[in-house]
Design a protein around this ligand. Structure first.
Ligand code: NAD
Length: 316
């Protein structure tokens, strides 16, 4: 008979997820805090540790968890998990980026429409009793060139949506094979500069790493078309925020929408209060559907890893 899979859930893991895990995978213990000593005590007999963006899963925890086989993060970022320490002990780290792709993509397109149609300004005026009908002629997505930077799960979903809106999509991602662009009917830009020079709307969907941190430097921002729009729902550090404020002040960009910031919550209110900037508090993945999907994807990944229903779980 297969051994029981014991799960430790970090403080803050949603109740629905705890319920599904206990019904479909194995007994669950839920921590009452992010305290490392409490984690160390509880993790001794656990096979799976489920965390959110907290707590830090340190090398000390990983090295003192004799049965641990999987650290699972419902969501995207795994920056709080010491992946090297996990790798050294053959512990798998899994996350659920696919669960929120549509939520982030839809927010990206929504932000673009809000910018192009001046929704934020006209709404605010009307609430003050001002009928600004004639002053804010908008633009359509149809007929524009939309540059997708980072052609992974979210970038591809954005491409699908804006193609249906009859925009031409140009995508830049040096790590995606040629066939993927062809299969999805998307033109490939071989250099970021080429995409920036040709796109009316640019949306960012890269992962944050040493190559993409600061990718949108002042030099790159200036390569964008004059009057173009920029949307960032990826990670704040991909854009140099000071440089962004500078190019906005010069009127080089028509509008910017941000969901993510160099530091969160953002400190630089000068950028956020610029009249051509709209901003949201990192809500790209915050939909009921994304949370439900994350549970579904996580449970299925754990079942596959432990080969539940097939007899032999991993590591035994
Ligand atoms: P993904 O891993 O599926 O795709 C990222 C893509 O970036 C990959 O295809 C990769 O090849 C590409 N890439 C890496 N380096 C690059 C470079 N130098 N230039 C161009 N492309 C490069 O990730 P995803 O799930 O699509 O997520 C995209 C981004 O969205 C991530 O930064 C993620 O953290 C962020 N995100 C934000 C929210 C939110 O709430 N706003 C929610 C989920 C994800």
């Amino acid at each position: 008979m297969a051994e029981t899979i014991r799960i430790l859930c970090a403080h803050g893991v949603p109740e629905d997820m705890v319920k599904r895990l206990s019904e479909e995978i194995g007994p669950v213990e839920v921590l009452s805090s992010h305290d490392e000593e409490e984690i160390l005590r509880a993790i001794q007999d656990k096979d799976v540790f489920v965390v959110r963006s907290k707590p830090q899963v340190t090398a000390r925890i990983v090295e003192n968890a004799p049965r641990l086989k999987v650290v699972a993060r419902p969501g995207v970022g795994t920056d709080n998990i010491d992946r090297k320490a996990c790798e050294a002990r053959g512990i798998q780290v899994i996350n659920t980026p696919e669960a929120s792709a549509s939520s982030v993509a839809e927010l990206t397109v929504g932000l673009a429409i809000a910018l192009l149609r001046h929704l934020y300004l006209t709404c605010a005026f009307l609430k003050e009793g001002k009928w600004a009908k004639g002053q804010y002629t908008g633009k359509t997505v149809e007929g524009k060139t939309w540059g997708v930077v980072g052609f992974g799960s979210i970038g591809r979903r954005v491409a699908e949506i804006v193609k249906a809106m009859r925009a031409e999509v140009l995508a830049y991602d040096p790590y995606v094979p040629e066939e993927e662009f062809i299969r999805r009917g998307v033109k490939r830009a071989f250099r970021l500069e080429e995409l920036l020079e040709r796109s009316d709307i640019v949306s960012l969907h890269v992962v944050l790493n040493s190559e993409t941190a600061g990718l949108f430097s002042e030099e790159m921002l200036r390569k964008m078309k004059k009057g173009a729009y920029l949307i960032n729902t990826s990670r704040g550090k991909v854009i140099d925020q000071k440089a962004l404020l500078q190019v906005l002040r010069e009127g080089h960009l028509a509008g910017v929408a941000l969901d993510v910031y160099e530091t969160e919550p953002p400190q630089d209110l000068e950028l956020l209060t610029h009249e051509n900037v709209i901003c949201t508090p990192h809500i790209g993945g915050s939909t009921e559907e994304a949370f439900l999907n994350a549970t579904e994807v996580l449970v299925n990944k754990l079942k596959a890893l432990f080969r539940l229903g097939e007899g032999v779980p991993i590591g035994y």
